[in-house]
Structures are given as structure tokens and as C-alpha cells.
Design a protein around this ligand. Sequence first.
Ligand code: SAM
Length: 177
Amino acid sequence: MAVEVLRLGHRGERDKRVSTHVALTARALGADKILFTCEDEHVRESIEKVVENWGGDFKFEVVESWKEYIRDFKKRGVVVHLTMYGESINERIDTIREFLREDKDILVVIGGEKVPKEVYHLADYNISIGNQPHSEVAALAIFLDRLFEGKTLYRDYPDAKIKVIPSERKKVVIRKP
Ligand code: SAM
């Protein structure tokens, strides 16, 4: 079972911060891979550095054709597009979680400014995180947290060089050489 995130509509310079946040959020909340539709060395390097220091095997990849990627993915898993126009997450999350239990892969698709109509038809599920417009970072975080029921938030990364020990008031950090 793998959970991947496909980020559509990255627009270079303007989106660097949001795109980096999308990738960090995907990793921190339990996804295995982030896919962009165009290369961004800045985002790639930021993610690779985080993985090196904080552990795990999270991947950054670039796909040539998002349509082909979605079509291929459907042969091995389920495609969930997050959009404010979709069905309620509250009504659908149990159905989607069932695919995880069956060991199927899940591809979460999130947009930037305008998402092509085709995405709505290619996706197996169009899911809203509320029907108000907000952000792909917030939508992704809530979706992954609901999918994994909070279990990925405090995951241990055995190969991490840096670890935070939860503390009531102090910053407690362990660093391996
Ligand atoms: N009109 C867009 C839409 O379809 O949700 C809002 C664009 S928003 C700047 C960028 C991305 O954030 C969207 O493509 C979607 O993936 C995500 N998003 C924003 N609000 C959302 C919501 N309420 N539910 C699910 N996803 C949302």
C-alpha cells in the first residue's frame, strides 16, 4: 500500500513556498511520494534535505503527463481528487479508508489555481474538505489525517538524524552525528 500526492499546476517562482509546504505536509502526514508536473530544483532540494535529516523514504518525482499517470495509477489503485465542489469527506472517508485496508494504493490529486475539467472525470472520487475555498495544503493535511486517523502524526523514523522529543515547555531535540 502506498499513498501518493499529485500536485497539479505548480507555477515556478510564484508557487515555491506553497509547493514546498505541500510536499512537507504530504511527508509529515504519512504520504510516500509527491509528484509534480514540472521540475523544481528548489522544492526537490528542500525535500531531499528534510528526508536526509528527519528520515524516512519520501520521494519527489516529476511526471511528464499527469493524465497518463492518473490512467496508469487506476490499474493499481484509487484516485481521489480534492476539490471544494466534491462530495463531503465526512460521508466518504470510510469508503476510501477501506481501500487502504485492502492494500490498494491511493493517489491524492490537488490543484493550484484552475484544475482541468478532465481531472473530475478521471478521478474515482471528488472529495471536498468543506465546501468553502481554502488551500491545497489545508485540504491535503485534513484528508491525510482523516485517512490515517491521526496515526501517522507521531511516526518514528529509525534512520532520522534529528528527532524531537515532545515536551511541555522546552525544545528537546536529539541529533545523531
Ligand atoms: N476552485 C478550487 C477548487 O476546486 O477547490 C480552489 C482552488 S485552491 C487555490 C487550490 C486547491 O486547493 C484546489 O485545487 C483543491 O485541490 C484544494 N482545495 C481548496 N479548497 C478545498 C476544499 N474546500 N476542499 C477540497 N480541496 C480544496
